[in-house]
Write a protein of this length. Structure first.
Length: 134
């Protein structure tokens, strides 16, 4: 997935479990607040927003899409979020509050990173800082 110079590639160490990428913005959802993509595996999904600098807006887009995917459409049992941004202030309390609210609401993490990389799908669901896949 790539947009505005930002990208995220998902790898799956379990080849039997296929990953499916869904374009949300402009495809599945034409109106309202929405993220760029959702990557699904079985009954789990990662909502992905590729953003420049407005990480707060990106977090709102991820939350809206996660709400739709998990609660409204009931497509998944577990959902996490990933924002790939150009930059963001790590000490920003507003972002930390949004991450905390996402965790309380969906019982999963909302990660914010500033680098294009490959990520293991299952690693997105841990609360550990994300590392580039090897």
């Amino acid at each position: 997935m790539e947009e505005n110079g930002k990208s995220a590639t998902f790898i799956n160490p379990q080849p039997a479990d296929e990953l499916a990428g869904v374009i949300v913005d402009g495809c599945v959802a034409q109106e309202g607040t929405r993220a760029d993509y959702v990557v699904e595996k079985e009954r789990a999904a990662v909502v992905v927003e590729l953003k420049g600098r407005d990480v707060e807006k990106a977090a709102k887009q991820v939350v809206a899409t996660a709400q739709q995917w998990k609660n409204d459409l009931k497509r998944v049992d577990e959902i996490a979020g990933l924002i790939v941004a150009t930059r963001f202030p790590k000490a920003s309390t507003r972002i930390q509050i949004q991450q905390s609210e996402f965790q309380k609401r969906f019982l999963s993490p909302l990660h914010v990173v500033c680098h294009n990389a490959e990520y293991e799908f299952d690693a997105i669901f841990t609360f550990k800082p994300l590392k580039k896949a090897k």
